[in-house]
Write a protein that binds this ligand. Structure first.
Ligand code: HEC
Ligand code: HEC
Ligand code: HEC
Ligand code: HEC
Ligand code: HEC
Ligand code: HEC
Ligand code: HEC
Ligand code: HEC
Length: 504
């Protein structure tokens, strides 16, 4: 090992001032930095630009309630007085971490999980862990119906004797498709040696499966769920990044969940695009009309918003469903929000883990009631009313109610056609997602109805309600389903031995 790795003076004067300004670095963190400055300088510089690098948690805890960026009230001494450095994050809760290992004389973890952030940010941890985003892995991998959708979409299909034979998807494919957003399950398979280059040679590290992954519902080697880094990329953890819509755009886009597309096309998005450079994305609390003049995703969904005279308009939440009363994302229909972020517990009348039946009877017991819907609606309306009049806002939401009713009806029409195809024996309902008419049925709710509802809810992107995956497709698709049933039926009558869809 080269001794100069540890020589002092590796930090520039400016970095020293910044990193040690009002907060000291712990001796362990100093050691990490002196070496990582050489091997991963990008990480060190990024961290140096963060609030973590310059803030003593002790001082952060003393701020007035509305200005606080940490929610913990007491910390052990060694965490109180040092800046939040490499060691402070990468050494937490070693007993829980199967990825804890000996690294250059220090016991550290590779993955810094939500449960580790919890040391200083317990409120965010608690809200996030019960949310849908926190449960996003479980919700698609442990629900047999949705898991069938996962495998039908992604698995290899082989043609054998003219028949299409399905295989389950490989985890590698899942990692870069569904689980790219929903998150993977990260486990430790033991230890391995990685050749890092001529200077350090082989370095021994935990052998992590399905990593890297920053999906929102990732399952971690310490048993916790989620990845705070989905929106707070390391190592700046800058609040500006989380508040800007590009962060959410990574996962919320068309055709199934076109929030970003709709936002980009809306007046709100247009104003944001023209003026974002003039706005303040780092102040806490966030003052409407002063720090920003048009909302981003965070403004409407989770930010702490205050008025210029300091009155709270909306409280911050890390349960992104907390201000939502209706689930726009229809599986199969739009319905009141589920009570729990873990949607695998839902059972509808048919005994299936889905929020409605195929003919839109809601699984009421598992969904929020009218009173709770009203409560959440009021929170959202309050956000709108910080910039709009009551009549403007009410007028907007009358349209949304109508959109939900009409798109649900269009889905029901498609469902009736699909049931007809099943009853006529043209398609087989064992797997409702794999045949031609079934695929059109999926498009009806997953792409077109969703798109229209997103456009309607998130203010003024009429193309996504009309021609782009909107009403045009919704109507056209229904006609296609009708025609395909007729063609398949005719084929079946003419050539009973063949059938038109071959599969096993
Ligand atoms: C003597 C040099 C040295 C010191 C001291 C050091 N590291 Fe490292 N660390 C490395 C090298 C080299 C790697 C491998 C880089 C690579 O994979 O290319 C590494 C890798 C890592 C990794 C990633 C492991 C993986 O599986 O990808 C983490 C996390 C890490 N270090 C954190 C720390 C922390 C926290 C400290 C301080 C407690 C620290 N390091 C101290 C040299 C050092
Ligand atoms: C889906 C995106 C997203 C995820 C995931 C997320 N955050 Fe945030 N976070 C935000 C946004 C947006 C803000 C800005 C809130 C505001 O303007 O008040 C924020 C603000 C914060 C803040 C600063 C303000 C404060 O005191 O709350 C902290 C600390 C924080 N998040 C911690 C976490 C932790 C810990 C996790 C993981 C358990 C996490 N976040 C996961 C989006 C996210
Ligand atoms: C606020 C907490 C925090 C601090 C401070 C922190 N890290 Fe990390 N670090 C993380 C998180 C979160 C990850 C992402 C791991 C994951 O979830 O997959 C990470 C990942 C890493 C990785 C592996 C991933 C990659 O991109 O290669 C290395 C290496 C690393 N950190 C080194 C450092 C070093 C060196 C420092 C100090 C300069 C540091 N970390 C400070 C939270 C932190
Ligand atoms: C040892 C305590 C500690 C740990 C552990 C910790 N933080 Fe922080 N965090 C802080 C402090 C202190 C601040 C700055 C507070 C202030 O400036 O008022 C902060 C600020 C933040 C902010 C706001 C940054 C900004 O630009 O305003 C975010 C986001 C954040 N942390 C996320 C995380 C995440 C995610 C983790 C886990 C990967 C984590 N923190 C781990 C103490 C901690
Ligand atoms: C680009 C990111 C992304 C990818 C890739 C992705 N999803 Fe999603 N998924 C989302 C988002 C965002 C939502 C939430 C939409 C909403 O709430 O309006 C979601 C929600 C879901 C839900 C609802 C779960 C529940 O019960 O709440 C299911 C089921 C689902 N996705 C299945 C899949 C399947 C199957 C795949 C792979 C074929 C997949 N997703 C790929 C982003 C993604
Ligand atoms: C890494 C991908 C990813 C990122 C980044 C992301 N989301 Fe999500 N989001 C998802 C997935 C996946 C779901 C669906 C979870 C489910 O239903 O199981 C979801 C669900 C949601 C929901 C549905 C309501 C609920 O109860 O959770 C809202 C609202 C939401 N996200 C808003 C945001 C906002 C705002 C941002 C940016 C600050 C953001 N998301 C960033 C993947 C992401
Ligand atoms: C002007 C405020 C506003 C903005 C800006 C906004 N949303 Fe929304 N969002 C809403 C409203 C209102 C709803 C519908 C209410 C409901 O679902 O209960 C909604 C619904 C959603 C849903 C549906 C959740 C579900 O359960 O089906 C997701 C996901 C979402 N928004 C994500 C985003 C993302 C990502 C962005 C930024 C690209 C964004 N929103 C921008 C107000 C907004
Ligand atoms: C931070 C201020 C702010 C917030 C919060 C806000 N808006 Fe807006 N909104 C604006 C501005 C500014 C415009 C542009 C007005 C114009 O065109 O003259 C606008 C435009 C609109 C439009 C017109 C779209 C069009 O192109 O015709 C609608 C509808 C709308 N907002 C609804 C809402 C709803 C609903 C909410 C809450 C869910 C909301 N807004 C929250 C500032 C805001």
């Amino acid at each position: 090992m080269v001794s100069s790795f540890f020589s002092p003076g590796l930090l520039t004067a400016e970095e020293k001032r910044k990193s040690t300004g009002n907060a000291k670095l712990s001796p362990q963190t100093q050691a990490c930095i002196e070496c990582h400055k050489i091997y991963t300088p990008g990480i060190v510089k990024d961290w140096l630009s963060s609030r973590h690098a310059v803030t003593k948690p002790e001082e952060a805890m003393k701020k007035p309630a509305l200005e606080k960026r940490i929610s913990v009230n007491s910390l052990p001494d060694e965490l109180k007085e040092y800046a939040v450095g490499c060691y402070e994050c990468h050494s937490r809760n070693p007993e829980k971490h199967t990825d804890n290992f000996q690294h250059m004389g220090y016991k550290i973890n590779v993955v810094v999980s939500p449960n580790d952030c919890r040391t200083c940010h317990p409120t965010e941890f608690e809200q996030y862990t019960v949310s849908k985003m926190g449960n996003a892995y479980r919700n698609i991998m442990r629900n047999p119906v949705y898991h069938t959708l996962v495998n039908t979409t992604d698995g290899i299909k082989k043609v054998e004797n003219g028949k299409i034979v399905f295989q389950n998807a490989s985890y590698e494919t899942l990692h870069e498709t569904c689980l790219g957003c929903h998150g993977t399950k990260v486990e430790v398979k033991g230890m391995k040696k990685v050749y890092t280059g001529p200077a350090m040679g082989e370095v021994t590290v935990p052998d992590l499966t399905n990593w890297p992954s920053q999906g929102v519902g990732r399952e971690n080697p310490d048993g916790s769920i989620g990845a705070c880094t989905a929106c707070h990329p390391r190592h700046s953890f800058a609040i500006e990044i989380a508040r800007k819509p590009y962060t959410c755009a990574q996962c919320h886009l068309d055709p199934d969940v076109p929030a970003w597309n709709v936002y980009k096309e809306s007046k709100h998005g247009g104003i944001y695009d023209s003026k974002e450079d003039e706005w303040d994305f780092s102040s806490v609390p966030w003052t409407v009309g002063q720090d920003f003049k048009s909302p981003t995703c965070a403004t409407c969904h989770n930010s702490l918003i205050v008025s210029p005279n300091g009155n709270v308009i909306a409280e911050r939440t890390h349960d992104f469903g907390a201000r939502l009363w209706v689930r726009l994302f229809g599986l199969i229909y739009s319905h009141p929000q589920p009570k729990s972020g873990d949607t695998t517990i839902i059972r509808n009348k048919d005994g299936l883990p889905m929020p409605t039946t195929f003919i839109n009877e809601p699984a009421t017991e598992f969904l929020i009631d009218k009173a709770e819907q009203e409560k959440r609606f009021d929170i959202m309306k309050n956000v709108c009313k910080s910039c709009h009049s009551t009549q403007w806002v009410n007028g907007h939401f009358v349209k949304l109610d109508n959109t939900i009713k009409e798109t649900n009806e269009m889905t029901l029409s498609a469902t009736k056609l699909m049931v007809e195809a099943w009853e006529k024996g043209i398609e087989d309902k064992t797997n409702p997602f794999d045949e031609a008419i079934e695929k059109l049925w999926i498009k009806q709710w997953l792409f077109y109805s969703n798109s229209i509802r997103y456009a309607s809810a998130m203010t003024g992107a009429p193309d996504y309600a009309a021609f782009k995956n909107g009403w045009w497709e919704l109507s056209d698709n229904l006609q296609r389903m009708r025609d395909m049933i007729d063609i398949k039926e005719l084929t079946k009558k003419r050539f009973p031995e063949k059938g038109s869809d071959k599969k096993q």
